[in-house]
Write a new protein. Sequence first.
Length: 202
Amino acid sequence: MRALFLPFLLLLASAAAAEDFPVTVEVSGPTTPVRSGETAEISFRIQIQPGWHIYAPTSKGGLPFQVSGDPASPLRPEGDLRGPEPIRHFDPGFEREVETYEGEIVLKQLFRIPEGTAPGTYTLKGTYQGQTCDEAICLSIKETAWKTQVIVETGEARHESLFAFFFTALAIGFATLLTHCVYPMVPVTLAYFSKQEQAGRT
């Protein structure tokens, strides 16, 4: 009789441990269709319980949070896993500076849609892993499978045009003028060139 209940007890213990784990990860694909030749942005929303932290993908200490794609899939990761600015501090346990995240964050990974991919709905799969710690212990975020869907539509890949780049750069330039370091110098600069122009006319 005890042998019959043992698997059930182990299942309950496993479920309880999963509920108490301080880190949860939700994976979502792009909200709009993409085209062959473009990239699909996959989001990893990570919720970390108070008092705990994970290590950023760029951290030199701890086990950084990492994302990988399915080697059998033609959709391959492109570039690095991106996220908000991490918290940098010295970790005496690793005897080096580490980069960590706390609370709720979203990390994003681009996946390239190969040229010639037929329109349709594709299941993108992979794994993630890492490490979470509090002031006393560290727990391994074991390699966990994830999957989400990507919709590929017909049409040529959309690339940012030169005009869009020009206007974006122009907007950034005007925004720079409003910073507290540059804005006070605008009247001084205008007055200087006005005097130079008047001097040139005399």
